[in-house]
Design a protein around this ligand. Structure first.
Ligand code: PRP
Length: 179
C-alpha cells in the first residue's frame, strides 16, 4: 500500500456490497421511469461505472465537470462549469452521481443549477459523505457511507491527482499533505 496511506477505510468488498444495495433501492424507486445518471468528473467515474452496472433499469449517462474556485483542498461554493451536459433535462428524472460530499457546497450549487433546467426530478446519490464537514445541508437521497472528516483517497478520490485508481478507500497519512 505504501507509506503514504494510513489505513483502509472501506474495502473493495464493502464498497461493492453497498453499491449493490443502493442499486436495488434506485431500481425500485425509479421503476417504470426513464432515468438519467449525471456523473460529476473526475471523482465519480468509479462510482458511476460500478453503480450503473448494478442497475437493472435502462439508464442514460451524461457527465459534467465543475471546478470550485478557492485555494487549497476546500471548496468555496463558487462553482464554474468546465464541461456541461450534452442532454436536455426537460422532463427528465435526473440522479446526480458523486463520490463524496464534503462541505456540501458543490452539490448544493449543482442541485440548484440542474433544478432550473426543467427536470421532472433531481436527486443525488453519493458513495461517501462527511457529515461533520457540512457547511450547508444538502438533501441527499442515497448515501453509501457516512465517514469521519479525514483525508480519504482511492476509488476515484485523489490527492494531487494521485490514488484515484485504488480499488478501495483509504486514509492518507498526514505527513503527505502537511509537508
Ligand atoms: C470533489 C467531489 C465533489 C466535491 C465535494 O471533487 O467529487 O464534487 O469535491 O466537495 P464539497 O462538498 O466540499 O463541495 P473535486 O473538486 O475534488 O474534483 P474531482 O472530482 O475532479 O477530484
Amino acid at each position: 500500500m505504501g507509506t503514504d496511506l494510513e489505513r483502509v477505510l472501506l474495502s473493495e468488498q464493502q464498497i461493492a456490497d453497498r453499491l449493490t444495495e443502493m442499486a436495488g433501492e434506485i431500481d425500485a424507486d425509479y421503476a417504470g421511469r426513464d432515468l438519467l445518471l449525471v456523473g460529476v468528473l473526475k471523482g465519480a467515474v468509479m462510482v458511476m461505472a460500478d453503480l450503473a452496472r448494478r442497475l437493472h433499469l435502462p439508464v442514460e449517462m451524461d457527465w459534467m465537470a465543475v471546478s470550485s474556485y478557492g485555494a487549497g483542498t476546500s471548496s468555496s461554493g463558487v462553482v464554474r462549469i468546465l464541461k456541461d451536459l450534452d442532454t436536455d433535462l426537460t422532463g427528465r428524472h435526473v440522479l446526480i452521481v458523486e463520490d463524496i460530499i464534503d462541505s456540501g457546497l458543490t452539490l448544493s450549487w449543482l442541485l440548484s443549477n440542474l433544478r432550473t433546467r426543467g427536470a421532472a426530478s433531481v436527486e443525488i446519490a453519493t458513495l461517501l459523505r462527511k457529515p461533520e464537514a457540512a457547511k450547508v445541508e444538502v438533501d441527499v437521497r442515497y448515501v453509501g457511507f457516512d465517514i469521519p472528516t479525514e483525508f480519504v483517497v482511492g476509488y476515484g478520490l485523489d490527492y494531487a491527482e494521485k490514488y484515484r485508481n485504488l480499488p478501495f478507500v483509504g486514509t492518507l497519512a498526514p505527513h503527505v499533505y502537511s509537508d
